[in-house]
Structures are given as C-alpha cells and as structure tokens.
Design a protein around this ligand. Structure first.
Ligand code: SAM
Length: 197
C-alpha cells in the first residue's frame, strides 16, 4: 500500500520509518543506500522540523552488482545531482561513494542519532554494515534495518535473529506490519540499546 507525503507516494513501511525519525528527532542521520535520495529527503525534512540536520549518505552511486541485489533495479544516479538536490533541504550533506565494506571503515564519522541500513543485501555486506554502524551508536541511537524478510540467503533477518537479538544488548522491534505491497513480505526492524533511558 502507498500513501502520499507532499507530492511523493510512500510505501507503508517507509511511513513507519518516517514516524521513527519523528520520534527520535535526530540531528545526525546516517543512511546506507542513499540511492536516488527520495527517502533521504523525507527523513531530513522530518528531522529539520526540530533542529539542524547533518545527513551522511553512503552508496556505490553506480550500478550495483547482482550479488547485492539478485534482481537489481538499482540504476545509478549521478552523485553530484543527488548531493545538490539534498542540499536544497537546508541540511548539511555528506555523501560517500563506494562499497561500504571499505568506505565505512575509511570515513571519520561522529556518533549518529539515527541510522538506516538499506545498502547491499548480501549477508556479508549487511554484517559488515552493522559492525561499522554499531560503533556509531550512542545510548539513544535508533538504528533501522530495511528488508527483514523470511529468507536466509540475504537481507538482515539472519543477522538480526542470530546475532543482534541474542547479544542481550539490544531491543529489537518490528516497525509496523507486513507490507503486502511488495512482492515478498518485507518489514523494517528497529534496534535500540536495552539500557536506553
Ligand atoms: C534499496 S536501495 C536504497 C534505497 C534507499 N535507501 C531508499 O529508501 O530510497 C540500495 C542501495 O544500496 C546501494 N548499494 C548496494 N550495495 C552496496 C555496497 N556494497 N556499498 C554501498 N552501497 C551499496 C545500491 O547502489 C542502492 O542504491
């Protein structure tokens, strides 16, 4: 199901994502998988209602491999075009081009208030993205994974169920209900620290 936010139609699970941004009121947002910046803009606009915003976006910014997306529809959009479009929001925009298995380790990043992991979907990349992002969490950081689906060959389910849930350190909640608008049932998962106030 889709809904309209301004001129854009937004799938239901992204509405839950925006609601999580609204509740968190983040100053610093990190997104892995900026793609065309559609949801980046919506997250930034939501966060800007409360304070100044810094957005850190990571992407290949080029055609991605079939390993990351077996039925890849993720065509590339020029880096500069996305940057200037996102800068029009008034937020400070920092974009990092390349494979996050390398760029996340190379970038010098501050702690983040809100993290959205929606980049490469191979098990290795999801694991690597989590390991880097975990280090960028403070006690109140909200981290959301897209693509929690009932498969073990990709996506975040394996990591969330076998590593994050059992670590004992984090609260794990599904955002909203199953989104039946997609070809498979896809959910987003929210991860926060257990002892967060
Ligand atoms: C599902 S799309 C992101 C959609 C976007 N978050 C949104 O909500 O509009 C996935 C993106 O991840 C990027 N990607 C895939 N593998 C990656 C990797 N290893 N490193 C960086 N970006 C990657 C792709 O280029 C693609 O733009």
């Amino acid at each position: 199901m889709t809904h309209t936010t301004g001129k854009l139609s937004v799938k239901r699970r992204y509405r839950y994502l925006l609601e999580a941004v609204r509740q968190t009121r983040p100053r610093r947002i990190l997104e892995i998988g900026t793609w065309k910046g559609k949801h980046a803009r919506l997250m930034i606009e939501e966060a800007l209602k409360h304070k100044e915003v810094e957005y850190y976006g990571f992407d290949l910014f080029e055609q991605c491999s079939l390993e990351e997306f077996p039925k890849s529809k993720w065509t590339s959009v020029p880096f500069e075009k996305i940057k200037s479009a996102l800068e029009k929001t008034g937020a400070k925009i920092f974009l990092f081009k390349g494979n996050t298995r390398e760029t996340l380790a190379q970038a010098r990043l501050p702690l983040m208030d809100f993290i959205f992991i929606d980049g490469g979907h191979s098990l290795e990349t999801v694991q690597s993205d989590w390991e880097h992002c975990e280090k960028l969490m403070h006690s109140k950081t909200v981290l959301v994974f897209d693509d929690y689906w009932d498969r073990t060959d990709g996506g975040c389910k394996t990591l969330v169920d076998r590593v994050i849930r059992v670590s004992g350190k984090y609260k794990v909640n599904m955002l909203g209900e199953v989104d039946h608008a997609d070809v498979s049932d896809i959910q987003m998962v929210k991860v926060t620290q257990k002892d967060a106030p």
